[in-house]
Every structure is written in C-alpha cells, then in structure tokens.
Ligand binder design. Structure first.
Ligand SMILES: Cc1cc2nc3c(=O)[nH]c(=O)nc-3n(C[C@H](O)[C@H](O)[C@H](O)COP(=O)(O)OP(=O)(O)OC[C@H]3O[C@@H](n4cnc5c(N)ncnc54)[C@H](O)[C@@H]3O)c2cc1C
Length: 425
C-alpha cells in the first residue's frame, strides 16, 4: 500500500489516541493518514483497561456490550489494616482490542487512510519521514506513545515517574477456590479487590472475578525505579501462588508515564497526544480517556479554524490543574510506606469520597461537615499534617497556575518555572 504524498493531517500511531484523532479529523472533513509501526490489528493497548463512562460519552464512543465487562463494579481499596469501599463510581472495564479496532474502523469509514507496519523515523519540516515514503502534512500529530517517534524531542522521563504495569485475563481453574480467595479478602465475588501498597506506596494488585467466574482480570502496577518488583513480577507471583488461576487468555504489560502532561503540547506544525504528551491521569496511570478527549479537543480546535497553540492553551486550562493536582498527590503517595497508607485510611483522608473522585478522575467534593471529623482525627496524628498541608497547598497552586496558562509563548518559560517550583520537580 502506498501512502498519500500530501495530506491535511499525518498521525503517528494507531493506538487509542492516534486512531481517535484520525476519526475526529476525518469526520471533520480533513484528509488524514495515520501510520502505525505494528500491524494495525496489534496497535495500542491489548489488554483490559478501566475507562470512565463520562469520557466515553464526551468522546461520542458507543461501545458494544461485548467490548465491556459489564457496568461499574464496587471497588474495595484494601491496605494492611484499612479498607475503603466505593460502591458508586463511573469506571467500566473495556477490552482494549475491541476499542482500538472500533476507533480504527470509524476512522477508515470517515475516510482516513490507516497504514500498518509503517514506521516513522522522524520529521523533515512539514514532512513526515516513514520507511514507506514521505508524507507532507499541514499538521503532524505524534500519538506514538511513551517510547515512540518523539517528534518534539520530548524529554526522556526520570524512571521515578514511570509505572511498570501489567494486566491479564486468566481462566479460572477452580471456581470454589476463587470465590474462597475473595471471601478471605472480605470482597464479594464479582467486585474489585484492589490491594494498595503491595510494592511501595504507589502500587496496586487489583483482582476481579468476571461474571460467571469463568475468567479473572488481574491488574498490577508499581514503580521499579524505587526498588520494587514490577507490575509483571507481582502478577506472575499471584498466578504462581494461586492454583485456582489457570491459563492466560490475553493481556500485556508496559510502562506508563505518571508525570503531569508536558507544558508544551505543540510546536511548529506538530502536536503531541496521549502517552506521547504524558496525558495520563497520574494517580493511577489511566491514559485512555485522557488521550481520546485530547484527540477530540485537537481536531475540534484545528477544525474550527484555531491554531496548535489554541489546543495547548485549551488543554492546560481545562485539564492541567486536575492532572497536576493528582501528580502532586502521586509524588507524595509513592514515598509512603504501608503504615502511612493505613494511617491515611484510619483518619479518613483516603475515604470513599476521595477514592471515588480518583477513580472518576475528578477533584473530590469536600464539604465542611465532612472535613471536621477528619480534622479532629488529624489532631490525634499530627505527624500526618506537614505532608498533607504541602499537598493541599500544591493542589491549590497548580489549579491557579493552570487556569492562567499563558497564551503568549514569551511568558511560558516563567510559567513552567513556577509550576516546576510548586511541584518541586
Ligand atoms: C498494563 C497496563 C494497564 C493499563 N491500565 C489502564 C487503565 O485501566 N485505564 C487507562 O485509562 N489506561 C491504562 N493504561 C494506560 C493506557 O494503556 C495508555 O495510556 C494508552 O494505551 C496510551 O494510548 P496512546 O494511543 O497514547 O499510546 P499507545 O497505546 O502506546 O499507542 C501508540 C502506538 O504508536 C505506535 N508507534 C510507536 N512508535 C511509532 C513509530 N515510530 N512509527 C509508527 N508507529 C509508532 C505503537 O506501535 C502504538 O501502537 C494501562 C497501561 C498498561 C501498560
């Protein structure tokens, strides 16, 4: 298949962010080529991801039931001595193979050209350089993930900002033993058992028995740079130790950028999207909704006559504060030991309201009435106050800074310095 030599938009990567961008741009009437180094049917995430229904609705994505694992299930956050249950949240489990295929299909139906097994080596001005030829484009979109084409020379992240995650669906060999495992954890079968702090403050072992108990979903994540086993090692250990877990059906692993999105999301004629822009919710490394909504914002902005600069301004002003606030929390969270996690649950700092907000990727709505018992409990554990006060101050400051993300590029240096100082990067 030969590539078009000139298009409105050339996109690198046909994972969720790139395929969604191809769809939105093509639906807006632009000529689009989207190139992917893997075969198209192997692009992007190939496992089960949690995505909020709100993000899917805003992105106008109507998933077939077969692509999901049912409605949101009660979520039990479990530490050594603590437990918080979130019954009412917005996250559904989605088979990413189906979502990537759907977005690619919608992009092609709208007229985008998608080319698999095509690797981008770089950019020569307004021309994308691939191993199948050169494509001139008015706009180039880098949606090639964390270890992709790096068309804007994005900085290589310090490994302390990388989560090593793994997710797999396994057969259940012994349903009774599986149910007994959940019962021992105090979690009804079919609900999510998320053990926090299994390998450092920022780590999780999240297990759920699917309906019918034929299969089980296991999601793990940690920060190996801080001296802990990787998500894959945590997952493998569980499978080794629990004989009720049978053969792997599908899954995968990879690194997730946890740092708040880059200050610059575009330069020259290139825009960054998805993991390539660190558009990932830092509290738990969720990048699907963020990448797809950023793709929609980018296509709507340029399609409406705006410039790439308008995209980065609009993104930072709408979502920058939220992502930077949770990045502040994540930076503190990854320094915690299991005892501190227990204490935060005990005083009610990590409670169902806070946990639900994190799952739904929103700021918690805290009332004065809800805050006063927490303040009294904190009065009995004064050691927690400095860390909490620092994060609270950072949360306020990064929201203010993001709301005034500068339109003028000349003021961006000072803005970046301010943000870095607040978060003490
Ligand atoms: C195990 C695991 C579990 C996760 N769980 C969740 C979750 O529950 N919820 C959630 O929201 N997120 C989750 N994430 C994060 C989420 O998967 C990513 O944020 C998301 O896949 C990023 O999408 P993307 O399209 O930006 O990048 P990618 O999915 O990385 O896609 C980039 C594509 O670009 C292609 N590419 C790279 N370089 C080139 C090149 N030079 N030329 C051409 N093509 C190139 C790649 O082959 C790839 O297909 C998880 C991640 C992992 C690893």
């Amino acid at each position: 298949m030969s590539l078009p030599t000139s298009v409105d938009v050339a996109i690198v990567g046909a994972g969720t962010s790139g395929a969604a961008a191809a769809r939105y741009f093509a639906e807006g009437g632009a000529s689009v080529v989207c190139v992917e180094r893997r075969p198209l049917a192997e692009a992007g995430a190939r496992w089960v991801n949690g995505i909020t229904r709100t993000a899917l609705a805003e992105a106008a994505i109507d998933l077939p039931r077969s692509a999901t694992f049912g409605q949101p299930h009660p979520f039990h956050l479990v530490t050594n001595t603590g437990r918080v249950t979130v019954r009412d949240h917005d996250v559904i489990d989605v088979d990413m193979r189906a979502l990537v295929a759907l977005l690619q299909d919608q992009a092609q139906t709208a007229g985008a050209v998608l080319a698999g097994e095509t690797t981008v080596g770089g950019r020569d001005g307004d021309t994308l350089v691939t191993d199948r030829g050169r494509v001139r484009a008015r706009w180039i979109v880098d949606a090639s993930g964390l270890a992709g084409a790096r068309l804007l020379d994005q900085p290589i992240l310090d490994t302390s900002h990388l989560c090593a995650a793994a997710q797999a669906v396994h057969e259940v060999r012994d349903r009774d033993a599986a149910r007994a495992w959940f019962e021992a954890a105090g979690v009804p079968a079919g609900e999510v058992c998320a053990r926090l702090g299994v390998a450092g403050g920022f780590s999780v072992l999240n297990v759920r028995l699917h309906d019918g108990a034929d299969t089980v979903g296991i999601l793990t994540g940690s920060i190996p740079a801080l001296g802990f086993p990787s998500g894959k090692a945590i997952l493998d250990q569980l499978v080794r130790e629990q004989s009720w877990i049978g053969a792997r059906v599908f899954g995968g692993q990879g690194a997730i950028p946890l740092r708040r999105p880059y200050d610059r999301l575009a330069r020259d004629n290139v825009a960054l999207l998805g993991d390539a822009a660190c558009q990932v919710f830092p509290a738990h490394g969720s990048g699907i909704g963020a990448g797809i909504l950023a793709a929609k914002l980018l296509a709507d902005t340029l399609g409406g006559g705006g410039a790439l600069r308008d995209y980065e301004v609009a993104w930072h002003r709408r979502w920058g504060g939220l992502f930077a606030a949770y990045d502040a929390f994540r930076r503190w969270n990854q320094t915690m030991d299991p005892q501190l996690l227990d204490e935060l649950m005990a005083v009610g700092v990590i409670d169902a309201t806070f946990a639900r907000a994190g799952l739904d990727q929103a700021m918690p709505k805290l009332s004065l009435a809800a805050l006063s018992p927490k303040a009294r409990a904190l009065g009995r554990r004064l050691g927690l106050v400095p860390g909490l006060a620092r994060v609270a101050a950072q949360v306020g400051a990064v929201h203010l800074l993001s709301a005034i993300y500068p339109r003028s590029e000349r003021r961006l240096g000072a803005w970046s310095l301010g943000m870095a100082r607040v978060l003490a990067v």
